[in-house]
Design a protein around this ligand. Structure first.
Ligand code: SAM
Length: 280
């Protein structure tokens, strides 16, 4: 169903879209409902939204959550949001860049915190990397993103979509694709298909590693040349080749395999073995 409120607000304030800020606003009521129900938002939840736009998703969230704090970079949207959402005392708005924010300053001592957003596509990956690596106490992150990026986040070993982003997400979360969304659900329409994905944060990471930084370096290096064998791609690591080759052998991983065939457990074992050898 078409959600005319978005179009009406855009018209009422003569709002001009900034393409470089990834401004594609939702106009479809069913997508808004599916995002909020997919995120299982209820009256115990403090919700953080990145990029509220003119507030379509924000309004749905405000009706279901205890409170919503939205972070919007575009200062021309601030007076519009304040006016349009003034009936909600549980709404706060921050005019800032989500990439620069320390979310702990917003979260304070809130207990049940969920992040929900229709993310600007030009910064999806850096935002998700920041949200996960800075280890905020989110219960879940439910986001609409480009369909291909959602597939990469959701991918398992062996497929073409599997890569460093899949492993980062797998390390911290359980994933679920909630639905696909066509370009017709936005104004203006994006050129790409979208998906809503829910990342449920695990209580502890999926695998135990002795050195998290090294674990992610090994993954990055292994996928830096994804068509090459591990013995070649891992040359990018700063350690001597004999250490890498014997670590692979000790883990029972054939050095002729490619990164995309390794499970998260194998990456964990390999990075632990490299760490052990380096510290010997
Ligand atoms: N939530 C609205 C909706 O669903 O209709 C708008 C979503 S639109 C895809 C992305 C929003 O993120 C825009 O309002 C844009 O101005 C904002 N934005 C872009 N980059 C941002 C950043 N770095 N930090 C915070 N907001 C950002």
């Amino acid at each position: 169903m078409n959600y005319n409120r978005t179009q009406d607000i855009v018209k009422k304030y003569g709002f001009r879209f900034t393409k470089s800020l990834g401004q594609n606003f939702l106009t479809d009521e069913s997508v808004l409902e599916d995002i909020v129900s997919g995120a299982s938002v209820d009256k115990d939840d403090f919700v953080i939204e990145i990029g509220p736009g003119v507030g379509a998703l924000t309004r749905e969230l405000l009706e279901k959550a205890k409170a919503v704090c939205a972070v919007e970079i575009d200062n021309t949207l601030i007076p519009i949001l304040k006016e349009e959402l003034k009936e909600f005392p549980n709404f706060t708005l921050i005019n800032d860049d989500a990439l620069k924010i320390d979310f702990n300053e917003i979260i304070k001592d809130e207990k049940s915190v969920k992040l929900v957003a229709n993310l600007p596509y030009y910064v999806t990956t850096p935002i998700v990397v920041k949200l996960l690596k800075e280890k905020y106490p989110f219960k879940s992150i439910t986001i609409m993103i480009q369909k291909e990026v959602a597939e990469r986040m959701n991918a398992s070993a062996g497929g073409k979509d599997y890569g460093a982003l899949s492993l980062l997400v797998k390390y911290y979360c359980k994933t679920e694709i909630i639905r696909k969304v066509s370009p017709a659900c936005f104004v203006p329409q994006p050129k790409v298909e979208s998906s809503v994905i829910k990342l449920e944060i695990l209580e502890k990471p999926a695998v135990n590693v002795v050195d998290e930084k090294l674990f992610f370096e090994v993954i990055k290096s292994a996928f830096s040349m994804r068509r090459k064998t591990l013995s070649n791609s891992l040359k990018n690591l700063k350690y001597p080749q004999d250490i890498i080759l014997s670590a692979l052998e000790n883990c029972g991983i054939d050095s002729r395999r490619r990164a995309e065939t390794l499970s998260i457990e194998e990456f964990a074992a390999l990075s632990d073995e490299i760490a052990r050898k380096v510290n010997d």
